[in-house]
Ligand binder design. Sequence first.
Ligand code: T1G
Length: 700
Amino acid sequence: MADLVRLARHDDIAVITIDNPPVNALSPGVPEGIETLLHGAAQDSHIRAIVILGAGQTFIAGADIREFAKIVSGERPRISLDPFLRAIEDCLKPVVMAIHGAAFGGGLETAMAGHYRVIASDAQVGQPEVKLGLIPGAGGTQRLPRLAGVAKAVEMCAGGQPIRAQEALELGIVDRLLKGSLVEGAIAFAREIASKVPRKTRERDERLRDAAPAIFGFAREKARKLGRGMTAPLAAIDAVEAATRLPFDEGCRREAELFDECLYSPQSRALIHAFFGERTVAKIPGLPKDVKPAEIHRAAVVGAGTMGGGIAMTFANAGIPVIVKETAADALDRGMNAIRGNYAKSAAKGRLSQADVEQRLARITPQLTYEGFEQADILVEAVFENTVVKKQVFAEISKIAKPGCVLASNTSSLDIDEIASATARPEMVIGTHFFSPAHVMRLLEVVRGRGTAPGVIATAMALGKKLGKIAVLAGNCPGFIGNRMVGPYLREAQFLVEEGASVEQVNQALYDFGMAMGPLAMDDMAGLDIGWAIRKEFARFEKPGVRRPRVPDLLCELRRFGQKSGRGWSLYDADRKSSPDPETAALAEKTAKEFGIERRIILDEEIVDRCIYALVNEGARILEDGIALRAVDIDITYIYGYGFPAWRGGPMFYADTVGLNNILMRIQELQRKHGSDLWSPAPLLERLAKEGRSFVDFDT
Ligand code: T1G
């Protein structure tokens, strides 16, 4: 095994390089290796100062996240990084940390134990541990406020967002920005400071005194709002607050206590599952190794509606010129006005400069013809959700498209093979299901058809990453992964309203569970007419006599399509703020009477069980059918596409935490009450439960 750490002498400067690809994580052997070489260099009389840096793409990206599961399972002891960091901080010769790429988590904590820090101008530093349900556990909550001030340290540790090099310099986290060669710049800097007395960050208390107590109260309020349900951000605030109240060593002990509470919490396991899941979904087993994604330099979108416009923005935001075509001038104008409006909102929030906005708008070419489509590397159809309409568009674009051009449909549920049958090149057809608003939502559901070529799958998955999306590959069936599961989830929510729960109770119960919004609120946001069109499209597959929700169709017949028409399940004002609609409640009561549905008091627990277990059960069927490659693909789909709380790990991981046997028993109870057509346990769920296994086991 190549050395994880090595030392090179540059005359009077020692350079210690960490070489633990891919991200120089502090895996077992790395801290030990650094400490050994540091000790040697400190003893070497020729050496006046020491530089520590990372090989490859980045400085240290943190502790080795893979080790946490082993610690929690007891497979390996929790080893504190503190002695290693003190060895650096107490080194008698100046230690300069040279940062490039990312200094995240334990990486920034290691850097702050150094006496000086220099950084490449495009690098980032941060304490993203809360995204893993953890807090900085190696002195970060104690050293960062001493360098950056308390307010910024709270923001970075509780929010987890990295900052750029320039801001790190302005804050005093780093001492110099380097352009050009990092190692040469660092060595030159080390020579400059070699004769200075090493500064120990832990002794730099001056910035702790400027902490206004209100900082912590405000931060907790913000954390409860932005990290609703998450415990780690609050623990991070407690730890930084401890730094302002306790001497360094005691502050570190308090940090370690809070860290352990997080480490052994289910939230951390769920968020680490989501972290690796986000990377796993990009791996497509069975794709031939020699299949390489094609480059996408130009794109074209058919349809400038809500989805088409958002998709065009997504390409433009990624630097890809895009044509957007409509059939009528007024529709095109509406589409372009919506795009300009979205950019204006981003500029108003300071997320984009006016120059950025103009640059992105310049990449979007609105038009009423297919002119230029023949030059595109991908054509995306984003027209009305109807198979006949989509096939017509595919028949047209497949005649124009150049050889090798990917033909993609943004359908959210229709048959990709049926759509592909309208072309002479079904091997180039694939589903690219964006989520509304397409320029914001991170999920991209890539749907392979029976004939889709491996190269087209590879291209769509790589394009997803280039567009800043998390691409998940799904097989072709009605609704693919996401919408196929949302069907039973919404069905149960709608049934519960007919059975006596209020719309608000159903929404609140799932919101309190952690969903970004309740199921009926989501239905109203997406538009009840979408579900209506899909139900009509698939009515022929429905088994006669099986109970189905009545109220949603009645609302649609009354032209109540949700937010877009000011009322649906709820009422909406001009700012789309919702309020209870007594007419919906009356409609549910009347429907129940008409169809003999018993009305009763319903507890939140039943609402959550029925909606979430409907998701899990359908998820298990999707795995059986091979529509999803792994259970984690379903989890990532729901976390990034449907607002499922990441701190619960996604529906399948959540099911594992409840225990599949418990879920099976509850579903069998619902089966006895509501019948097998609505509630029969998926065979995979039954099998795993009987074998005492989990969905995570199923994936491994
Ligand atoms: N540990 C183990 N594996 C890691 C890792 C880590 N810290 N970071 C990345 N990987 C793996 C990843 O799974 C993938 O593997 C490969 O590296 C490339 O990653 C004590 C408690 C640095 C910005 O949270 O944000 O320090 O899929 O695809 O897009 O207080 O990785 O190839 O098999 O993401 O170029 C805190 C996590 C840890 C940073 C690079 N640190 N990493 O992005 O590559 S907790 C983090 C990232 C901690 C201390 C605490 C990103 C990156 P595979 P990638 P990338």
